[in-house]
Design a protein around this ligand. Structure first.
Ligand SMILES: [Zn+2]
Length: 325
């Protein structure tokens, strides 16, 4: 049987339905929970989050189920007991992550850890569970620290993620697809095939011109069009925003160029941001309200949309351990 770890248990990949592959229940920088300016009561967090997840569940009905992949790493506000209650109440499958958004969001305790230590941490969270929650992580998050260049700690985390991915079979999600050459070298050295890696945020505004898409494609990596909805047309767009049509055209070049199987698509929205105001008017439901109509308008058929949001996502999330030779 195919296996995918959700916060309420391990399920078959056939049960996932529509998958939003890179989202956040709530993302914040380490320590934001200590800033009184941003304290939220549990009621406020539920009030902000539950309607969005219920709407997501409703929108995904034609696919039979809804799956929300929370790409929030360790130290960035990951709260697994909270995810469990949200999933139980809304019936949205939630997949949690182990790993780190980037070296610069790892607290000093982990900053000094060896590759072996980090590998054990990631494997434990996927195979045994996160803390005492009983929930297992389903993906491994890694990333490039600020400055568009991988730092030494980023590289240590990537190497540990590659080893943990081989043991557990969990896929790797990168924060940013810039400076991919050292990442590709690490995956090659560790013997991890790159179809197990989603090079994320290849579509954001600030990364354009800095990503070697050809190198990622040549290695068999997956290209993340996973910041859909951070449009410059928003009333108060973030610095990583991009004109809506330009991002859509970027994706269409892949879909119309025979590269459907190398992309995955999501919105990277926050249901209830932690320690920052978030981006108003942007939710995971952008995928249904704006993107899918835009794709239909560009002549993309339902089979292709299904392939991206159901089949390819399920295949990617399925645990696929690589046995040692
Ligand atoms: Zn994200």
């Amino acid at each position: 049987m195919t296996r995918v770890n959700t916060v309420l248990g391990t399920i078959s990949a056939h049960e996932l339905g529509f998958v939003a592959i890179h989202e956040h229940i709530g993302y914040g920088m380490p320590g934001s929970e200590l800033d009184s300016r941003w304290w939220k009561t549990p009621e406020e967090r539920y009030d902000e989050t539950v309607p969005k997840l219920r709407q997501f569940h409703e929108n995904a009905k034609p696919w039979g189920a809804a799956t929300f992949v929370d790409a929030t790493g360790i130290c960035n506000g990951r709260d697994v007991d909270y995810y469990k209650s949200l999933s139980a109440k809304t019936e949205v499958h939630i997949v949690a992550s182990t790993g780190f958004v980037g070296g610069d969001t790892a607290l000093p305790f982990f900053e000094r850890a060896s590759v072996e230590y980090l590998t054990d941490q990631f494997v434990h969270e996927i195979d045994v569970g996160i803390g005492t929650s009983g929930a297992k992580a389903g993906i491994i998050k890694v990333g490039v620290s600020r400055g568009f260049k991988m730092k030494e700690l980023d590289k240590r985390i990537y190497r540990a993620a590659a080893r943990a991915s081989k043991v557990t079979g969990a896929p790797i999600f990168t924060h940013l697809a810039v400076d991919c050459e050292p990442a590709l070298a690490i995956f090659a050295e560790e013997g991890l095939p790159c179809h197990r890696v989603l090079f994320g945020h290849a579509d954001d505004g600030v990364s354009q011109g800095r990503i070697n898409e050809q190198a990622i494609l040549a290695a068999g990596g997956r290209i993340g069009f996973d910041t859909f909805g951070y449009d410059l047309e928003l009333p108060d767009p973030p610095f990583w925003g991009r004109p809506r049509q330009e991002r859509l055209d970027h994706l269409l070049r892949y879909l119309q160029g025979g590269l459907v199987d190398q992309v995955l698509v999501s919105a990277d929205a926050n249901c209830s941001p932690l320690g920052w105001p978030g981006v108003k008017g942007h939710t995971v439901n952008y995928l249904f309200e704006q993107l899918i109509p835009d794709l239909h308008g560009a002549g993309i058929d339902d089979a292709t949309i299904d392939r991206i949001f159901a089949q390819l996502a399920a295949e990617f999330l399925t645990l696929q351990p690589i046995s040692a030779q």
